[in-house]
Design a protein around this ligand. Sequence first.
Ligand code: GLU
Length: 339
Amino acid sequence: MDLDDMANVRQEVFTGALPGWKDVELSVDEAYYEYRSHEEGVVADYIPVLAEADPDWFGVAVAQTGGRVHGVGDCDVEFTVQSISKAFVFALVCDAIGHDVIKEKVGVNNTGLPFHSVMAIELNRGHPMNPMVNAGALATTALVPGASAEEQWKLIRSGMSQFAGRSLELDGAVYHSEMVSNQRNQAIARLLESYGQIDRDPPEVVDVYTRQCSLRVTASDLAVMGATLAGGGINPVTAEKVVSPEVCRDTLAVMASTGLYERSGEWLFEIGLPAKSGVSGGIVAIAPGKGGIGSFSPLLDSAGNSVRGQRATAHLSRTLGLNLFASDVDPTRVHRPGA
Ligand code: GLU
């Protein structure tokens, strides 16, 4: 069977459940207290305003698909969602235009190059390749339905707010700071236009993309947004349907391949969950069927991923048994010689 036909084959879904809620709360608290004193990493400064973040900020939250949320530390401090928006706008566009169109127009393969790479576009003759890097994210934003940039922005803001279960606001200072320093994204949008990959006005596409990156969220919001993708597209707190289960599946697949920049392979190897990080220090990770993990700490590794956030998520993945690739031995199937 051709791989292209596979998406339409009916799927049974078995995912299991989180451990009891008391154990979840305990693990979240452990992850916070274990890593809050870790001081490795640096705060991003390539968007000038981001350099003002407090390096001590650290929050961790888990939301289960059933609606319970537990957060600790700075889990209600707001920060800009940045690249994490790529995953949720991808889901909204996928829901609007479908699996096949997004696969063809944006692509779902890893570029193997940094998130703002121009070379990746050239090497692939203008094809953006993946919605989690800037070229693919700009191409995805260009596909958001709407007669004008303003209509597209409205759809993005309301869709992201539905994922979070509350109305998300634009951080004007971060938006302006990025708009005067994002020449590279402007260039990427022009390059995509030159290859015929985007049909809208490139400066407008960059403007809408920069606004989506400048929406303010908290670690608790990220947990709920992640739990929405974990629960077939139903927001666990508001019970509102945001996207379809098929869109959740597709979004998690691309997050797994490129969610943590050039460390995505290592992340999957160590932690085994689809996730997306952003340069202001947020990480959202998703355990399909079970829930979402949101974390926030602005100290980043050299690839741009929050150091404490990665450690906290790794702790939760291990203690709550979330790694998608892990299995256990069935004791009744173990061959004992002589038995
Ligand atoms: N708005 C940022 C950019 O496009 C997002 C970067 C990120 O979080 O990776 O450069």
